[in-house]
Design a protein around this ligand. Structure first.
Ligand code: S5P
Length: 273
């Protein structure tokens, strides 16, 4: 098996060639959390308030920065300060999907200047390999070592076309850009099933569509639990409404943190025991 998911986060941190992945695993271990908060709030005030109150319990804060109605320098400065204070990374869920030349401008420039503040971004390979080549080039030329891409290899919504050959090629392309591709957004661990998997490769798996109290929504979202996600080889659990829309978000994030961490310990423990 090529997947490293039987190893602990600290073991993987010691061996991983990418500085951002090392930092991510170290944060998870230090804070005992594999929760990624999908902070889909629509004002700077609400976004920063949730980042501040839940920050101690998460490894990564995922944003959709284009839904923030009053986006501006205060949004980005606030997020960067809270990321520093509470020791988490920032992931802009931009889902880039265009030709390489356009994507470079969207990543580096525009009003959002994502490259300046987001440690992690994601992209789909729908346009072909050029999109990843473009982001990889921007990262390597950008002068900031702690930047990386997750390839959107699957989607959780009903009827998703990100399956089969699309998913398989996502893994193949990922292998060609080790300096910038950290891993995948996917429902399960993918790379170890592939015939060309190498023994030491270690892609990080972020799993979205995680919810402890709902099976889905009215618009096609489909959920699994922290336990099934971790058992399927996920490394980081992305949860949004299950946490921020709960009556008490702080208790909710603690429940997800506990469930995610216990499932991780079972996986690592059963592999070594
Ligand atoms: O396949 C996917 C990929 C992503 S990144 N399915 C998803 O739901 N997402 C994102 O995860 C989505 O854009 C949203 O920000 C979050 C899920 O939110 P929730 O409230 O349903 O947990």
């Amino acid at each position: 098996m090529a997947s490293q998911s039987h190893l602990s986060y600290s073991q993987r941190a010691q061996k991983h060639p990418h500085p951002l992945v090392r930092r991510l695993f170290e944060i998870a271990e230090r804070k005992k959390t594999n929760v990624v908060l999908s902070a889909d709030l629509t004002t700077t005030r609400d976004l920063l308030a949730i980042a501040d109150s839940l920050g101690p319990h998460i490894a990564v804060l995922k944003t959709h920065i284009d839904i923030v109605s009053d986006f501006g320098p205060a949004t980005v400065e606030g997020l960067a300060q809270l990321a520093q204070r509470h020791d988490f990374l920032l992931f802009e869920d931009r889902k880039f999907v265009d030709i390489g030349n356009t994507v470079q401008k969207q990543y580096r420039g525009g009003a959002l200047r994502i490259h300046e503040w987001a440690h992690i971004v994601n992209a789909t390979i729908l346009p072909g390999e050029g999109i990843i080549q473009a982001l990889d080039q921007s990262i390597r030329d950008g002068g900031i070592s702690e930047r990386g891409i997750l390839i959107l290899a699957e989607m959780t919504s009903k009827g998703s076309l990100a399956v089969g050959e699309y998913t398989r090629i996502s893994v193949e392309i990922a292998r060609k850009y080790p300096q910038s591709v950290l891993g995948f957004v996917s429902t399960t661990e993918l790379s170890s099933h592939s015939p060309s998997a190498t023994r030491d490769e270690d892609f990080v798996v972020f799993t979205t569509g995680v919810n402890m109290s709902s099976k889905g929504d009215a618009l096609g979202q489909q959920y699994q639990t922290p336990t099934t996600a971790m058992a399927g080889g996920s490394d980081f659990l992305i949860a949004g409404r299950g946490i921020y829309a709960a009556a008490d978000p702080v208790s909710a994030v603690q429940e997800y943190q506990k469930a995610g961490w216990e499932a991780y310990e079972r996986r690592v423990g059963s592999a070594s025991g």
